[in-house]
Unconditional design. Structure first.
Length: 389
């Protein structure tokens, strides 16, 4: 007979799932087109395009049009849209039978960060990186840290006038070695990021994607030609988590990781551990096994501690014990480089040689304190995987 007093973990999860259900229910009502109005239209915002296209609009790539409207082919949602409709990402609209992006050269956020903040630990460590984002996102994560921009329309935010040429010129003049397309979701400002990255390549400036990896294969492979490194959020190894918490599915993200590796992009992975939702240790173990099998043991894995945010503010921060257990699992399953983030002072922020166990890169507060690598090697001779100066 079941206990009349469920344990605390189960109680928290039941309460949180109730809140998540209400949250995603609201998204479903607000984001899905009215099926009674036109059953051919599946996703997006009906009749929500701006009255006129502004100066930062361009015709989008990766779409097809026909007698029944426009279908976006950029991400797995594949929004089917009619005239004057807006896509699920909030940044693409149909005008005169064509799909347009509203985020070309108008970032709402622009900062100079340490590259460790992305986080990238094995790519140009200690370097500054020019980081930018536009409004919008093609997921609906209930724990989003940047929801003020990711869940907004471009017209709702202040922004910079920074076309690709000016962006790259800014980085070149300041001798900044890399540009990061980050904060919200670079997939939804695909054309802007791709054009800027191509120009940056010509100037010897590296390009970094910080992304949830929710994109179709063809546009991804095209984008990878001008991208040097990526940190991909692998939010869970559970499709249910993706559906309930993120508003997406798992398989496209796994496909993205495989494709990036095939295309020669340096890939690091981040797993945010959300109490009662993505803290199942068996799930973490399955994920680590997959990473070793599909991407290789040298793939850096960052476990990130959850802090209450957005629609999951009732949950507690991830316990330090859970973070340490996840870290140990990664090592047990054969990953050479695992890290603990968002937990100040934790020693698992350092890169440790998988051969002699020496700390070859020491970090703290998203900064490199010491780097003992010479030519990308430890003093014992072990080659440390990464892209070094």
């Amino acid at each position: 007979m079941p206990s009349p007093h469920p344990d605390r973990r189960r109680f928290i999860k039941q309460c949180a799932m109730g809140a998540c259900g209400l949250g995603l229910g609201a998204y479903a009502i607000g984001d899905l087109l009215d099926a009674e109005e036109d059953r051919r239209l599946r996703r997006g915002f009906a009749h929500d395009a701006p009255e006129k296209l502004w100066q930062w609009a361009r015709e989008a790539e990766w779409y097809e049009s026909g007698d029944h409207g426009v279908r976006c082919l950029l991400c797995p949602h594949q929004c089917a849209l009619g005239e004057e409709d807006r896509g699920f990402c909030r940044t693409r609209v149909v005008k005169e039978g064509k799909l347009h992006t509203l985020v070309y050269g108008n970032p709402c956020s622009l900062h100079l960060d340490p590259i460790e903040k992305k986080p990238l630990y094995h790519f140009l460590p200690g370097s500054p990186i020019l980081s930018l984002a536009t409004a919008g996102c093609n997921l609906r994560c209930l724990n989003c840290q940047n929801w003020q921009i990711s869940q907004s329309k471009p017209e709702e935010l202040q922004h910079y006038d920074l076309l690709p040429e000016k962006l790259v010129e800014t980085a070149a003049e300041r001798q900044i070695p890399a540009i990061a397309y980050t904060y919200s979701e670079p997939i939804i400002y695909y054309e802007y990021a791709r054009d800027a990255a191509a120009l940056a390549r010509e100037k010897g400036i590296r390009n970094v994607l910080v992304t949830a990896g929710y994109i179709q294969e063809a546009p991804l492979r095209s984008l990878c030609r001008v991208v040097d490194a990526a940190n991909v959020d692998l939010k869970s190894f559970s499709n249910d988590f993706y559906k309930q918490i993120a508003g997406g599915t798992l398989k496209p993200v796994l496909d993205c990781l495989r494709i990036m590796r095939e295309e020669g992009v340096w890939v690091e992975v981040t797993r945010l551990i959300v109490p009662t939702h993505s803290d199942d240790l068996d799930d973490i173990r399955r994920m680590c096994r997959w990473l070793v099998a599909e991407l290789g043991a040298d793939t850096p894995l960052h476990f990130s501690r959850f802090h209450p945010a957005y629609k999951l503010q009732t949950l507690p921060p991830t316990p330090a014990e859970t973070m340490e257990q996840a870290y140990q699992i990664a090592l047990e399953e054969g990953l050479h480089y695992a890290f603990v983030g968002n937990l100040a002072g934790h020693p698992a922020q350092d890169t440790i040689c998988p051969n002699c166990r020496r700390r070859v890169i020491e970090r703290g507060g998203m900064r490199v304190h010491s780097n003992l690598l010479e030519g990308g090697r430890c003093s014992c001779g072990e080659r440390i995987a990464g892209v070094w100066m």
